[in-house]
Design a protein around this ligand. Structure first.
Ligand SMILES: Cc1cc2nc3c(=O)[nH]c(=O)nc-3n(C[C@H](O)[C@H](O)[C@H](O)COP(=O)(O)O)c2cc1C
Length: 487
């Protein structure tokens, strides 16, 4: 063994404190639900002994630290003398083979099973407790958890299949067009939640001449029949506001950007972006405030502030992009300052209960991911909780699935998961309370009646990427068939 130690590193010895382990292959805690009445059973003697090696390290399955919060009647406990006694022969069997055995202690808190005795939820606000129990009950009682109702603030959603913002590049001259009436209406359902495509908050920074804006009266008016069409079908409709910053299209008027030269600018940014001065930032904050006011005037139920996808807010948040040395760069508080100023202004303008935020901190920003996205997103989530915003909508990249757990615990509002979900893992996310709602981008784009298809377990249309951003008012836009037409 010693002679192989460099080539088989898992099988090399390791000294963990006072424990001399002969190898590094650890058996982690694994709940097995065979400890009837919360008491370890004699069959566990063989189970653990089978997996023991001399100098091997095992950690027991989760073992309840008390009866005030319990996950299952078949998971072991260690709060009574009887339970402690029942563990002894099991522990002896591991020691008999020379193993090191730790007991994992747990307390499930809000994940307790409410049907067990002494159920008491270790959690904070009473209303959140109630909401959680209602949510769980609703999800458990439906065969399709994604199709269970959910109360998001004052909005009574009838299902959890959200249509996320999707740029479609068909709003000529930055003005929403009548063909968007049909597009959004096709995807609206009674109690369904839709977020509009990215909508420019001002003309000082613009992504494309065919993306809608909401900074002028004409644009605001042009949105009205589109919003009405969603409301006409009973949907809830938010407007996503954005400001692309250094990703503006420099050929458009009034182009200004923040940032300085970096080695890859030649590839992504032409011309090289210049850094916004601190005294120019209040203008950006005010752009968002006015755009939010206009969105409410257009009839939208609220706004989502696009703080994702490497646009201006994300550029400030990310320590691999933001190289400022003033009060908007450096520390986490400084990098979050612009985001919180913008969101604070919008909250002041239209009320926190109408404001959602989209984040994508776990994904690359043109090759640069923040050095500690978990810390950054947790900090931001707790600051957004203080502001009382309605929801967080978070994109999870493919290479980092299921990265929302820390945000979930830091944020008290509604959590929307996004990125690569299908019906099966969307259902799972709801059942496990990993998220409250799930957004489906490409699936909604190609399947106007997506919730219905989920309900019927019907086949799905495939999206055609080549028409995502085509400016055609019909092709790849309103011509995806719904179930009735397809059948
Ligand atoms: C055609 C298209 C356009 C998009 N435009 C936007 C956008 O304007 N704003 C935004 O925040 N996200 C945008 N996204 C990302 C989606 O909102 C969503 O997070 C992502 O598509 C989720 O992944 P999924 O398509 O795998 O469900 C876009 C996605 C697609 C497919």
């Amino acid at each position: 063994m010693a002679s192989n130690s460099t080539s088989v590193s898992l099988l090399t010895p390791y000294k963990m404190g006072s424990f001399e382990l002969s190898h590094r292959v650890v058996m982690p805690p694994m709940t097995r639900k065979r400890s009837y009445n919360n008491t370890p059973q004699s069959h566990a003697i063989e189970y653990y002994a089978q997996r023991t090696t001399k100098g091997g390290f095992l950690i027991s399955e989760s073992t309840s630290a008390s009866d005030i919060s319990n996950g299952s009647p078949n998971m072991p406990g260690i709060w009574t003398e009887d339970q402690a006694e029942a563990w002894k022969p099991i522990v002896d069997s591991v020691h008999g083979k020379g193993g090191v055995f730790f007991c994992q202690l747990w307390h499930p808190g809000r994940l307790s099973d409410s049907s067990l005795n002494n159920f008491l939820i270790a959690w904070n606000a009473a209303n959140k407790k109630k909401k959680f129990i209602e949510t769980e009950m609703a999800a458990k009682s439906s065969p399709v958890p994604l199709l269970t109702p959910y109360k998001m603030g004052s909005f009574e959603l009838s299902h959890r299949v959200v249509m996320p913002p999707m740029t479609r590049n068909r709003s000529y001259n930055n003005t929403p067009q009548p063909h968007a009436i049909e597009y959004y209406a096709q995807r609206a359902t009674k109690g369904g939640f839709i977020i509009s495509e990215s909508t420019s908050a001002s003309d000082i920074s613009n992504g494309s001449p065919n993306m809608p804006g909401i900074w002028t009266k004409d644009q605001t008016e042009a949105w009205k029949p589109i919003v009405d069409s969603v409301h006409g079908k009973g949907g809830v409709f938010f407007c996503q506001l954005w400001h692309p910053g250094r990703l503006s299209d420099s050929t458009l008027n009034n182009f200004i950007m923040f940032w300085k030269a970096v080695p890859d600018d030649g590839e992504y940014f032409k011309p090289t972006p210049k850094q916004l001065k601190a005294n120019e930032l209040p203008l950006i904050v005010n752009n968002f405030r006015i755009a939010a006011r206009n969105a409410i005037e257009a009839g939208f139920d609220g706004v989502e502030i696009n703080s994702a996808n490497s646009y201006i807010i994300d550029q400030f948040l990310n320590d691999q992009v933001n190289d400022r040395t003033d009060e908007y760069g450096g520390s986490i508080e400084n990098r979050c300052r612009l985001a919180l100023e913008i969101i604070g202004a919008v909250v002041e303008e239209i009320g926190a209960d109408r404001v959602g935020i989209k984040l994508s901190l776990f994904s690359e920003v043109y090759g640069k991911k923040d050095s500690n996205p978990e810390f950054l997103s947790t900090y931001l989530a707790s600051e957004l909780t203080k502001l009382g915003v309605l929801y967080l909508h978070v994109f999870e990249p493919k290479d980092e699935p299921r990265c929302l757990k820390s945000i979930r615990s830091a944020f008290e509002g509604t959590l929307i998961a996004s990125g690569g979900y299908n019906k099966t893992d969307g259902d799972e996310a709801i059942t496990e309370s990993y998220a409250d709602l799930v957004s489906f981008g490409r699936l909604f784009l190609a399947n106007p009646d997506l919730p219905k298809r989920f309900e019927a377990n019907a086949p799905l249309n495939k999206h055609d990427r080549s028409t995502f951003y085509k400016t055609d008012p019909v092709v790849g836009y309103t011509d995806y068939p719904s179930l009735e037409i397809a059948c």
